[in-house]
Each structure stands twice: as structure tokens, then as C-alpha cells.
Design a protein around this ligand. Sequence first.
Ligand code: SAM
Length: 503
Amino acid sequence: MTEKKEFGQFFTSKKIAEFMTKWVLLGNPKQVLDPAVGEGIFLKLIHQLSPATQLQACEIDPKMVQRFRNNNSYQVKLYEGDYLFTKVQHKPDAIICNPPYLRFQKIDRRKEILQNLKNMTGFSFSGYTNAAAMFLVKCLYELKSGGRSAFIIPYEFLNAGYGKCVKEYLLKEKALAKIILFDSKVNVFEDALTTSCILLMEKGCCDIVEFCNLHSVEDLTDVSLLNKKRSYQYTDLDCNAKWLNYFTGHQESGRHLIPMKDYVDVKRGIATGCNSYFTLSRAQVDELQLTEQVLHPCIVKAPDITTGILTKHELERMENSNKKMFLFDGKQATTKEELQYLKKGEESGVPQAYLTSHRHPWYSLEKTPAAPILFSVFSRNHMKIIRNETQARHLTSFHGIYLREPNDTKENANLLYCYLITPLAQRILHQSHREYANGLDKFEPGDLQNAQILDLSLIEDKDRKEIEQIYLEMRRRQIERAKIKGEMEYLEKLEEIFQKYLE
Ligand SMILES: C[S@@+](CC[C@H](N)C(=O)[O-])C[C@H]1O[C@@H](n2cnc3c(N)ncnc32)[C@H](O)[C@@H]1O
């Protein structure tokens, strides 16, 4: 793994660093800490603007430590190691930070960290808390009362389940003054496709949060000149709510957004009542000597599909790797072996399961047809959307999206898929999901039907052609199993096209 991935290394641009630095220096700090210092852009600026300020820094990556030392010659107390386990010697009265962007699965000893954070703050943070939010909490705990802090971090925590406790802690410390949100089309980091916001904090001093939106990094001038969108008293803020809505004051709506149900039908996947009996792998089919007439290709579990576009090649791959991907349709059974398999089901008690006992005959299947687009029922951070080019049916881990007449064409399915995978579409859709347990997002078919999407009938022919080309290119690369290096580039291109229609 590259250091960039392993340590979540994305570097702050000068413009953003200057803005954040100005905020912390307004408090005339004596001790400033950057707990994820990287090459040291923040501390360099602070030293230039306020040479007497004492500096502390932390960095986990030995190579980066070397780069930091080569880049900077001022005095700094540098802790080499994991900040989440570092005890800083001097309580800082300012903290400035662009923390690593690592999802919870990638964090070493995360249970221990969560326990430490609990001991410090009294808050039980969710196991899904990402590294950026952990940095935020620890920093805020260590910051002196009255001290200032500026963080640039992904804004998912404002809406995600794990963010609830983080938001509560920010409010409890009376620390959060402003959230400056960059539109999803703004490229805050050169080489990372991530959402971003800047948090400006002053510990113990705040009781109102200002929510500001920016359409460009260039708009980041003086704090006082920021175009304030809305402010809310702490007492009016609900930490259970999705805070992205506070930027608009309501669910995202726009001139060109329509409810998804105007364009498509959404249907649950097939519930067999007993997957272990009704779904089979190629090896099982061969052993049981079942014929094609009783088998339908199907998608049993969301993780079985590892590509965005389900082609017949991908189905073959699943079959060859012996994934369960055949649905047994007992109603078509005629051969001795097929009838025997039905008997086996009876002997094993399958007809007595809840769903099968309500069906006549017990082995009849729901008629849900193959859907051109599949939408994963559960998601974490990113919604899994599949363009299904095959006749594979889906079980309950996916909802099927069916384009309505007269839009029910292959090209429109490709277009809708390309739209749905963009961060822009996902952000808008995200407002309609249900929070399940601990940051797990769930969509019911009704949530999806009512969710807003861009009115795709507005897309001009020229753009449709370009989108179709991008789709075909993604598909080609996927079939060739080319490393999906260009994936981010495709997403950016798509996002740029769709964004035009929402302005
Ligand atoms: C997002 S980069 C920001 C670098 C720099 N402050 C900037 O803004 O350009 C985060 C930095 O934190 C370092 N890092 C990652 N995990 C860390 C940890 N647990 N403790 C300390 N530093 C860490 C990474 O190696 C990386 O240099």
C-alpha cells in the first residue's frame, strides 16, 4: 500500500492553509499544535506570521518526518508516531489540522482509541468513527479553554450515524463557531475525490453555529467576509438530524430535481424464504444434475458483485468462482433429479419456513424481473449501485430500479447509472435514507421513490453522447480488468456534466 493510502495523505493548498492559519492566529496563541503535520504547510505559515509562537507537531510516517525536517528549519517539538496515542507535553492554545482520511476499518487499535476517547471525554463514540473525527475529538479535548482550532475534514460526519456523538461533543465543549462547506464539485485536494468542510472552533466560547457554503476555494477570503448562509443557536441544533440540511434549511431541492418515482419504479428483491435451499453454485447444480430450465441467474449478496457494471463476463466469472448465483425455480421441475431436489427440500423442512409456508406451492418464486439498475439496500458512506446488463434477478440485498416507459431504453439506463454513481447524486440521495445501526444507511423502496434526482430529460444530446462514451469506456476497462485507475477521473467528468444542470 502506498503511504498516501496507508496514512491518508492529502495536502492542503496554500489558499486554504492561509485561511485556517488566520483563524487560529486571531486568538494570539502561544502554543500551536499540528497533529498530522505532513510537510508542514500550516506551521510554516504560522512561523512566518508569528515567529514567537511555539510549535508542536506529530507525524506517523517516517518518510514524511524526513520531508518535514528537510522543508522546515524553525524550532518545533516533533512527536514521531501515532497522534491518537501521543501525549502532548504542552497543552496547546491553538490546533490546526488536516487529519488523515481513513475509514474506521483502516485504523489500528481502534477499540483502544475509542476507549481512550471515552475516558477523556465521557462520550462513547461509535465504532464507525473515522480517523478524521477521532483526531477532531482528541484535539478538542486537548485544546485549552478559550483556544482556537481550524480543521479541514470530509463532511460526511455531519450526516452519518457515527457523527451524532461527534457533533454532541463539539456542542458540549461550546467549541463550534462555523462550518464552511465546499460544494461537492469543488476540488479541494488535487488528487482526492472527497467532500470537504472547514470547521472553525473556539473552545468554551460559542453558542451559535454559522453554516456557510462555498462554490470555489477562491471564495475563501477573510472569515468576516464569508457569505453566511444560516446560523443556528446551539439549543436549536439536533445532533440526530442530518446537518447538511442546515445549510439549506430544508431538504435539498433545486430547479432541476424531481422525485425518482417520476422516472422509475423501485422494487424489492426476491425473498426466497430459504436462500440455502433456493440458491445454488455451479458445483451444486452439477452435482444435483439440475437443468437450465429450473435455474435463473441471480445476485444473492451485494458483496458478490465487485464491479459497477454487471455484464455476462462478470456473471461467468461469478459462476467459475463457484458463487451461489443460480435461483432454483421448482415450478419448472420435470426431470427425475429436479423432482428429487424438491423432495429433498420437503424432507429438510423448507416448506415450513415462514415465507414458504405462505406460498402455494411452497417452492413458487416471486416474479420480480431482472432490473437494469440495482441499488444496495444497506450502505456505509457510499451507496452501491450496479448497472445490470444481464438477466440476473436480484434477491433482497438489492432494490431493483426499473425505468418507466417511454424512458425504458438501454441508453437511459446507462445515463441514470452514470448519474447515480456521482458524489453529487449520492449526496442528494443521502438525504432520503434511514439511519440504521451505527452509521449503516438503509433505503426502503419508498425512500428511494421519494428521493430527489436530477431531471434526466433535461440532458442535452451532446452531453448524453459524452456520458454514453464514458459509460462504454468504464465498461471496456472493467471487462479487460484494467486497473480502475481512471475511475476517479470518470467520476469527475460525469460530475462536471451533471453539475451544470443543477446550477
Ligand atoms: C491529510 S495529511 C495532511 C498533511 C498536512 N498537514 C497538510 O495539511 O498538508 C495527514 C498527515 O497525517 C499523517 N498521519 C496519518 N495518520 C497519523 C497518525 N495516526 N498520527 C499522526 N500523523 C498521522 C499522514 O502521514 C499525513 O502526513
